[in-house]
Design a protein around this ligand. Structure first.
Ligand SMILES: Nc1ncnc2c1ncn2[C@@H]1O[C@H](COP(=O)(O)OP(=O)(O)O)[C@@H](O)[C@H]1O
Ligand SMILES: [Mg+2]
Length: 464
């Protein structure tokens, strides 16, 4: 086979056609080395996926229904788009200690209990540690095979031997290859390991999970470069000190990438939370200022969340703005709109905004609830009980239509909310749900008159 010479940075993996003293990718000095690579037909450098090379009419391709393997953990299956697809590679990223190994051991445990052969490869933990975890998670099945190994080549060999339906590689950073001379965990290694696994999986019949740790500053240092190689990318997130864990789809070649799965970490592993709205609202304080409830949509699912704002001041100079689980740009926008359209001076106030429970309220549909929470805190008035708020707010203060309003309203109704403040444009097509009143607003000025037990507009006038 013909070979080409390329130059590769051992730090970031960037490929170049000529040698350079300093890598243009990461800026490191003396990291570029020469590599010989097999010349691939057409696919270019690093092309890993099999192509059959025949031109076929689209209509003749069979494959409208991809067969799925259910893991048996519904929250995971939904995020995967209905289950795992054979010959696909799924990257599971997340902070160390968040529960990636736990989730995958549980999922494989359910499959093994059904009689399917599964292979769990660990480069991080000993057999004894894995056994302890398995006992804690009540995973016991002879179909559950374990391999503790750090070297890629023997792993590939064993993968061929056991013919498992699902393979887990935990984690990509802990596996190294004899044929690559860079350090374990370096980007070049990580990419090489993943590339080899991917190639093997595409030629076999198993589905494969690759675990990747996120580094301290929040990026998947190695795994980030894997995102484009694999079929599906999932992130497992959660706040330290909180039991909730959210599994989020980031990329999915076989389904929607907007779904989330919600879990609760306990002594016996992860429990599915099939009713996240109840969870996120469970500790909501009643009758206090600064708290508003909104309806978000994650994938196909509406989820109710509490938005809390704390507006304190005035302080000398410019106030601080802090966002947790919310978008700081949208907060800045909301503050500007409130200042300009309602005439309230928020500039010298410290403002804290939090989406409670680790949920992420970043969609524009949460704007109106952010504004409501800000007004409630600033005016020190609690929002009338049973009220839920959603809608996007534009720069002119107009309240704009949002998608899936019916799903949002139904979820609110299911959880006992009886009054919904929504964009006027969304109110019309909604069928009258019994016992629930939907109030349409078309401008942010109308909001203060609706949020509180008595009209809040008078108070706004005195605060101006
Ligand atoms: N003995 C235990 N009892 C209860 N919870 C445990 C125990 N051991 C670990 N955990 C929980 O499991 C988490 C570790 O999960 P793990 O799956 O190993 O994370 P990751 O693979 O993402 O690094 C810990 O943060 C802790 O919450
Ligand atoms: Mg782990």
């Amino acid at each position: 086979m013909k070979t080409d010479i390329v130059f590769v940075c051992t730090e970031c993996g960037k490929q170049m056609l000529k040698w350079m003293g300093r890598c243009p990718g990461c800026g490191e000095w003396h990291t570029v080395v020469e590599r010989e690579i097999a010349r691939s037909k057409g696919g270019g450098v690093g092309s890993l996926e099999k192509r059959t090379g025949n031109v076929v009419p689209l209509t003749e391709i069979q494959g409208d229904t991809v067969p799925r393997m259910k893991t048996g953990i519904q929250e995971l299956d939904r995020v995967l788009g209905g289950g795992m697809v054979r010959r696909s590679v799924i990257l599971l990223g997340g902070d160390p200690g968040i529960g990636k190994s736990t989730l995958l051991m549980q999922a494989l445990g359910v499959m093994a209990a059904r009689g399917e052969t599964v292979l769990y490869v660990s480069g991080e933990e000993s057999l004894e540690q894995l056994k302890l975890r398995a006992e804690r998670l009540d995973v016991k099945s002879p179909e559950f095979l374990i391999l503790v190994e750090n070297e890629l080549e023997p792993i590939m060999e064993k993968m061929g031997d056991v013919q498992a339906s699902v393979v887990v590689i935990d984690s990509v950073q802990s596996i190294c290859s004899r044929s690559s001379d860079s350090l374990p965990g370096s980007v070049t290694q990580v990419r090489h390991v993943a590339g080899t696994v991917l190639d093997r999986v595409k030629r076999g019949s198993a589905a494969c999970f690759i675990v990747g740790h996120v580094t301290k500053d929040g990026v998947l240092a190695g795994p980030k470069v894997l995102e484009h190689m694999v079929d599906t990318v999932l992130y497992f997130e959660g706040e330290r000190g909180h039991a909730y864990r959210i599994l989020r789809g980031v990329k999915n070649r076989f389904g929607s990438a907007t779904e989330i799965g919600v879990f609760e970490m306990g002594d016996r592993g992860l429990a599915e939370v099939s009713n996240p709205s109840e969870l996120f609202l469970s500790e909501r304080p009643q009758g206090v200022s600064g708290s508003a409830v909104t309806a978000l949509v994650e994938g196909t699912r509406p989820i109710l969340a509490e938005i809390q704002a704390l507006v304190t001041g005035p302080i000398p100079g410019q106030g601080r703005r802090t966002c947790l689980g919310t978008d700081s740009q949208r907060l800045a926008l909301m503050i500007a709109v409130i200042e300009k359209k309602l005439g309230l001076a928020l500039g010298d106030q410290d403002i804290f905004l939090n989406a409670v429970g680790g949920v992420r309220a970043v969609e524009p549909a949460s704007d109106l609830a952010v504004a409501a929470a800000l007004l409630s805190s600033f005016l020190e008035r609690s929002i009338t009980g049973g009220t839920l708020v959603f809608g996007e707010v534009g720069l002119a203060g107009e309240v704009r239509r949002v998608s899936k309003s019916e799903a949002r309203i139904n979820e609110a109704s299911r959880l006992g909310f009886n009054r919904i403040i929504a964009p006027a444009a969304n109110v019309e097509p909604v069928p009258a749900t019994s016992g629930i009143k939907v109030v349409g607003v078309s401008h942010i000025e109308e909001l203060s008159g609706l949020l509180f037990d008595s009209d809040g507009s008078a108070e706004i006038k005195t605060k101006r």
